[in-house]
Design a protein around this ligand. Structure first.
Ligand code: F0G
Length: 415
């Protein structure tokens, strides 16, 4: 049993209502009655990880539209941990290994299933890229038309490619993500289209399973801290809700400190946190190399700030240079390839540790939200170029000899 509930005034709405905000303007969340759920954590013991492993906790009543999302690895990152001086195991939950390469699939499997269950005929979203890629794929699987609005020229190549090949109607606007979201919300309300941005509380239910999986993988314990990138601020809110639910039913005994990271040029939530505010001042011209989180007016800001304050977490901003450095380090030390937005969580961890705001003894999990292959242009721009030689064995051997003596930067200077 479940309903939709306003986080501001507490008003409840029927579970079949197609609404995204309360009459009072507040954000909605799915309120689940746990007394009607008859399952124990031991029942989960031999079931492989996935979003639908926790179906009893998901507000869906039909066969899911699924392409096997979730069940992402939780890597124990010893080499990186040593580099930054953490004493406890440091984990990376690599959400970039979901079917479309980002955590959005967890939300979309639930959101698109809900769209079909409610009898909706078209689904839509605004996106910095990953949401549109994921919605396009789940729309294709469900056989429902998809419309996506993108900020022109600011979406990474891999993401646009996904939206195009899977058959979405892709509309580019000459504005940023915040402009696109404003338009798509009006479009959906006026045209009866189902909105699948993270303002949709059903979508966030899928994403709360990141919290469920982490607790499950750590044998039903919670880490000290979760660190993740924040854009439209749905994911941090969803994961917090997941941990809160597990604590309320006694499966874990505490909630991790939710720690959100934004890019310096696009950090309204961090600024609100540093000013001890409950809401943000929107930023008009957000800018960062991490285009996935290039968002000035996050729709879930109030939920995210609540998650951070209630869990005694933190919010921090990092520069583009720090993002790229962290992206390269994780790639080279752990073999984990992530897009820039995801690297902000790693850069944030480094910064907070260095500034003494995170303790060396904490057990930290960073969520890496998107795959490296999403943004190949950024990678090519920030890495050394390939070494070009004539098609001759001796020329290649010459390079090999140099590799034995120098690092790649030095070799590039020679050639
Ligand atoms: N990381 C990646 C790779 C993302 O694509 C996003 C959001 C985030 C982090 C932030 O998550 O919005 O829940 O705070 N991307 C959205 C999109 C906005 O349209 O793909 P959030």
């Amino acid at each position: 049993m479940y309903s939709l509930k306003c986080i501001k005034c507490g008003k409840e709405y029927d579970k079949r209502s197609v609404i995204y905000n309360c009459d009072c303007g507040g954000l909605l969340e799915v309120k689940i009655d746990f007394s009607s759920i008859d399952i124990d954590k031991d029942d989960y013991e031999n079931i492989p990880l996935s979003v639908w492993k926790y179906k009893e906790f998901l507000p869906v009543e039909r066969e899911p539209i699924s392409i096997k999302e979730g069940g992402t690895p939780l890597y124990d990152c010893k080499r990186f941990s040593k580099l930054i001086g953490l004493k406890e195991p440091f984990y990376v939950k690599h959400e970039g290994l979901n079917p479309t390469g980002s955590f959005k699939d967890r939300g979309m499997t639930v959101g698109v299933t809900k769209a079909i269950e409610l009898g909706m005929k078209i689904v839509a979203c605004a996106s910095t890229g990953n949401t549109s890629a994921s919605l396009s794929v789940y729309g294709a699987k469900a056989g429902i038309p998809v419309v996506v609005l993108l900020p022109g020229g600011k979406v990474a190549l891999g993401k646009v490619a996904q939206a195009l090949i899977h058959g979405a109607k892709v509309i580019e606007i000459k504005g940023n993500f915040d402009d696109a979201l404003e338009i798509v919300m009006k479009l959906c309300n006026e045209e009866g289209i189902y909105l699948l941005n993270s303002v949709n509380p059903y979508r966030l239910e899928g994403q709360k399973t990141i919290g469920y999986e982490i607790a499950d993988e750590l044998n039903w314990t919670a880490p000290d801290r979760i660190i993740l990138p924040v854009g439209n601020a749905g994911n941090i809110s969803a994961i917090y809700k997941g941990f809160k639910e597990l604590k309320s039913i006694g499966w874990i005994d505490r909630i991790p400190k939710m720690t959100g990271i934004q890019a310096e040029g696009s950090a309204p939530i961090v600024k609100a946190f540093k000013d001890h505010k409950e809401d943000i001042m929107p930023e008009k011209n957000p800018e960062t190399i991490a285009t996935a989180i290039r968002i000035g007016n996050p729709i879930n800001a109030i939920k995210a700030l609540q998650a951070i304050y209630e869990s005694k977490g933190l919010a921090e901003m990092v520069t583009d240079e720090e993002i790229v450095e962290a992206q390269k380090e994780l790639a080279k030390l752990e073999g984990i390839g992530i897009e820039p937005a995801s690297a902000s969580s790693i850069a944030g961890l480094k910064k907070l540790l260095k500034n003494g705001l995170i303790d060396k003894d904490e057990r930290v999990v960073c969520i890496t939200t998107g795959n490296l292959l999403k943004d190949p242009e950024e990678v090519v721009n920030v890495c050394n170029k390939p070494i070009v030689v004539e098609t001759k064995l001796d020329k290649v051997k010459k390079v090999l000899n140099l590799i034995k003596q120098y690092n790649v930067t030095q070799i590039l200077q020679i050639y």
